[in-house]
Design a protein around this ligand. Structure first.
Ligand SMILES: O=C(O)CCC(=O)C(=O)O
Ligand SMILES: [Fe+2]
Length: 335
């Protein structure tokens, strides 16, 4: 190579290193999926068997905090391919909903892409993906849900089963967030909904860009006696690709968590978050589909444009039918 060539290639930004994966020909299909989702590539499934890659570190020193932090759970050898695979193959939504603040209606734009799979403990999926009553095993009555529950596709179910084995917890829901860049976020909230039951365990995975995960104790009323010995201090975890945080015990009822907007070197990169949870009752199913699927269009990763793009198949199908109006979302503000 000439001197010039060497310099050119030195200054030319290197093509982004793409973790490659060998697409599987088998797919998860269901009437509620906009398109079939390939099974997890065999190479990824094999490497995942060595997880957790590090032992979890228990963080329970602070008042009401009970975390297990796996840094990482999925090794760097496979977390990159896992990220590329999930971003490419899953369908996402950009959910809008209305809230009523002091009599004033406001439209909330969820500041990230979301999708969700699963059904609460009162139901289960039969072999053909039909919703069955969990107790009787008979087909659930059509009126049971306003939403249409979606079975967890094989590619996420592999991770769910591993997480159950590691944690000793059971999970029936999988929520996925895609933060396209540092402008996407989730504001301070706790996942303390009644439909999760008391002291829920939630396993939270990160793939892709590193992002700060901030935690702070909920305000402690001044009247609390005796006053806590140690004022709980905010926690900041810099979640990297493959990391997993298990939140359990009194964490959700007493702490808030967030992924704030961020500038900086990783700000142009995407991040996928996957949480596994267990919803006990129907209200959980309705809530999760309302706020993570909603009624808007489907988005899918466009690998040429390197961004999420409206997936048009459904629009074409709709216009063939003469077009359908979107129903408007209503509901409580999601954290
Ligand atoms: O992206 C994350 O790490 C957190 C997501 C989260 O808190 C949630 O979906 O409830
Ligand atoms: Fe959360």
């Amino acid at each position: 190579m000439s001197k010039r060539g060497a310099l050119d290639s030195f200054f030319k930004p290197a093509a982004p290193k793409k973790a490659k994966y060998e697409a599987s020909t088998e797919k998860s299909v269901h009437a509620t999926y906009p398109y079939a989702v390939p099974h997890l590539p065999a190479s990824i499934t094999e490497s995942l068997q060595f997880s957790p890659s590090e032992e979890g570190k228990v963080m329970n020193e602070q008042l009401d905090l009970d975390l297990v932090y796996y840094q990482p759970y999925v090794s760097p050898a496979v977390s990159g391919s896992m990220f590329e695979f999930l971003r490419q193959e899953l369908f996402f939504y950009r959910v809008q909903y209305k809230i009523n603040r002091g009599g004033v209606q406001t439209v909330i734009n969820t500041p990230r892409f979301t999708t969700v799979f699963g059904v609460d403990a009162t139901s289960k999926f039969g072999d053909g993906g039909m919703v069955l009553d969990a107790k009787t095993g008979k087909k659930a009555e059509a009126s049971r849900y306003k939403c249409k529950p979606r079975p967890i596709p094989q590619c996420l179910d592999v991770l769910r089963r591993m997480t159950e084995a590691t944690t000793g917890e059971a999970f029936n829901f999988c929520l996925v967030n895609y933060y396209a860049n540092g402008q996407d976020s989730i504001s301070y909230h706790s996942d303390d909904e009644r439909f999760l039951g008391p002291d829920p365990a939630i396993a939270s995975f990160s793939f892709g860009a590193k992002r700060d995960f901030l935690m702070k104790h909920k305000p402690i009323p001044p009247s609390t006696s005796p006053a806590p010995q140690l004022e709980p201090k905010p926690v900041k975890l810099q979640l990297g690709s493959g990391d997993m945080v298990l939140m359990r015990g009194k964490t959700q009822s007493n702490w808030l968590h967030s992924i704030p907007k961020r500038a900086g070197p990783e700000a142009h990169k995407g991040r996928i978050n996957i949480t596994f949870r267990k919803a006990m009752v129907k209200a959980g199913t309705e809530n999760y589909y309302q706020y993570n699927v909603g009624t808007g269009g489907v988005y899918r990763w466009d690998s040429k444009e390197e961004k999420m793009a409206a997936w048009l198949q459904d629009k074409i199908a709709d216009s063939a039918k003469g077009g359908e109006k979107d129903e408007q979302n209503t509901g409580k503000e999601q954290s």
